[in-house]
Design a protein. Sequence first.
Length: 319
Amino acid sequence: MTVMKFHIKKTSEINKEKLVKFYQNTFQYEKSFAENYNWRYRTEFSEFEPLVLLINDEIHGHAGLIPIDINFQDKQRKAIWFTDFYINPKYRSEGYGKLLAQEWMKICPIRITICNDQSLNVFKKLGWYNSKKFTRRIKFNNYLKIMPIFRKLNHFDLVLNHQDNLKLLEINNSTITKLTTLNDTQLSKKSICIVRNENWFKWRLIECPYKKNIFIFECEENLFITHLRFKNNLKFLNVIYSSVPISNKISNIFMNFSKKNKIDYLSFISNEKRLLDNVFPWQRKLNFSFNSDDLDISRMLNEQFDDVQFIDSDIDFLV
């Protein structure tokens, strides 16, 4: 292993134009979204910042983060989601990933992520735990759309009627209050959970740079936040937050809504185990990985943490 001379710096120490270009080229973010990295990494919430790896003064690695609070036995603790972990392919297997992750881990004592297998290999070397308790579920309206030849992107106009049992809500302070109240009620009995309070929902929804594609629905006195995405001539509806676990009944309601609106795929995260999860590749087990300086928190994350949703990390932008 040959490690060249390198520097690890905070994103605030990097030229903005250089950083935005890196985000566009590396993560294929549109320019407007790439420029909103201070929102994406919630830099105004805490002093925590993403890190970049510089080799010969060029960005060849990145370690993003989203600062959050975790409620652990009725006490709030600072934590971070690890996101956007990247090493330029030509510098992989040379130790840079491990070095960057070690600096990353110094930022905060509680660290969680949903990552790919390649990143997981790095984290395991640093003592991280991994769980397969969460599954990304995808439901198809038209299986032919799996083949590109059958894809045609239609104009989208929201169609909603009373038979759907869905009520569309505006993204405003009143809805944020509703979300916060419901979320607090559902999580009040949990020993460990992510704190999604009013400020968190305002950051994630009202300040969201793509909120024109966010739709909030009320159904049977529960709230569901969805993100409509357009990619490769397909329309995806991700249920990025639900105030209750998504039952078959709720799933069918959203499938009916998707069919009426010519949405190709419906996707959400579930912690429910199903017999055929390992049979279909689109029912994907997620790598939920975590590490804490407090072993009791690591144990609780493994044993009792049961609520991860698209809205919590960068997987909302990527799936």
